[in-house]
Design a protein around this ligand. Structure first.
Ligand SMILES: Cc1cc2nc3c(=O)[nH]c(=O)nc-3n(C[C@H](O)[C@H](O)[C@H](O)COP(=O)(O)O)c2cc1C
Length: 170
């Protein structure tokens, strides 16, 4: 049986990936978690979208640079979710160091990769569309770095869940 529920719960009740976006511009870099991320087409060109708040410092760096890195998180980044609450890049010199995230150099964009994720996507922004209080960015993946030994995690209802990619049920 269904129960009728308030529409804002929609966002919590849609299972999603857990992503970590990095961006760099004009001598500064920063990162933010993202759950509003989606692969759109394998292409070529390979296209992803992310839904971002324009007030986040990382969003502003990505907007200014026209590029970002989207890391597909593994279990190694799960504990960073709690540690990230209340941290804002604009008020900190190095938000990576504050939570123990290690930068790795990217190959085609200035934003850094993150060590220990399932994958890191180097992305160039192609377009931007309004979506309520967010902006949806459409971006081309120009390089992909994959570590199959670090499986991805899922985000649902404010929690991060592990799953076994070797045991599909459908
Ligand atoms: C698990 C999790 C998922 C998040 N997903 C998004 C998202 O999809 N889009 C967004 O704009 N902010 C999202 N946020 C919020 C930003 O990560 C948060 O506002 C961050 O503090 C911005 O930091 P900055 O100002 O240093 O960039 C999420 C936060 C958490 C903890």
């Amino acid at each position: 049986m269904y129960e009728e529920a308030p529409t804002p719960l929609t966002i919590d009740l849609m299972p999603a990936g857990l992503f970590l976006m990095t961006a760099a511009h004009d001598g500064r870099d920063n990162w933010q978690f993202v759950v509003r991320g989606l692969g759109i087409t394998a292409g070529p060109p390979t296209i992803v979208t992310v839904g971002l708040s324009p007030s986040n410092f990382t969003t502003q760096l990505a907007e200014a640079a026209g590029e970002f890195v989207l890391a597909v998180c593994s279990a190694a980044q799960a504990s960073v979710v709690a540690a990230s609450r209340g941290l804002h890049g604009r008020d900190t010199e190095d938000k990576f160091a504050l939570v123990g995230l290690q930068r790795l150099p990217a190959t085609r964009v200035r934003a850094p990769l993150i060590a220990g994720a399932h994958a890191c996507l180097e992305c160039r922004i192609q377009g931007k569309f309004p979506a309520g209080d967010r902006q949806i960015y459409v971006a081309e993946v120009v390089a992909l770095h994959l570590d199959r030994a670090a499986p991805p995690v899922v985000h649902y209802d404010h929690h991060v869940f592990a799953f076994d990619p070797r045991a599909p049920i459908g």
